[in-house]
Design a protein around this ligand. Structure first.
Ligand code: FMN
Length: 177
């Protein structure tokens, strides 16, 4: 698929066919995430791949949408937080004003993943409105690892709607705000 087509074709898929996703495709998608740029090349994230079969009830606690647990695969991007002590170097980049970039780095990698999935004919949806406690329990996350976003992955069983976006003039300023 042409890159411009990938960008146009991606949409939030909220219905998935009960068809497994090939392991090769999952690997290709994860490789796209691995190649993403990160601040200082610190790559401060982990991806947890969940095969949903048999985990539907736990997944319903993580996110209420019934379509969520019906995706055959769900990938959770997790950020590695600040671990800067005198003994340990920082595992992610912190701006001079204290802004931590691990969520941003994770989002860039996830966008690579999502676009790679689109290119392979797979559907995805960014899911940020999840229950953090339930997610921590399901994934057995260590205390210092932060779940950022869940991405259900599977073959779409719905059709894209109209894209509602602000006009470009509202989003862009030239030379100053
Ligand atoms: C960071 C982020 C979090 C989101 N969280 C949710 C969510 O929890 N549930 C959901 O149904 N959609 C979620 N979405 C999808 C957005 O609603 C969707 O991207 C937006 O409405 C534009 O539609 P489109 O993706 O089909 O172009 C999220 C999107 C992003 C980027």
């Amino acid at each position: 698929m042409e890159f411009s087509e990938v960008i146009k074709n991606r949409y939030s898929v909220r219905s998935y066919k009960p068809v497994p996703v090939e392991d090769e495709k999952i690997k290709e998608i994860l490789e796209a995430a691995r190649l993403a740029p990160t601040a200082c090349n610190l790559q401060p994230f982990k991806f947890v791949v969940i095969h949903t079969a048999g985990k539907e009830e736990e997944l319903k606690r993580v996110y209420r949408g019934s379509w969520f647990s019906k995706a055959p695969v769900i990938i959770c991007a997790c950020a590695i937080p600040i671990a800067k002590t005198d003994a340990l170097p920082s595992k992610n980049w912190v701006r001079t004003d204290g802004n931590v970039y691990s969520f941003l780095d994770s989002a860039i990698a996830v966008d690579h993943l999502v676009l790679a999935a689109t290119d392979l004919g797979l559907g995805t949806c960014w899911v940020g409105a999840f229950d953090v406690k339930a997610a921590r329990e399901l994934l057995k996350l260590p205390d210092d690892i932060e779940p950022v976003i869940f991405i259900p992955l599977g073959y779409p069983d719905d059709k894209p709607g109209v894209k509602h976006r602000k006009p470009i003039e509202e989003l862009v300023r030239y030379e100053h705000y």
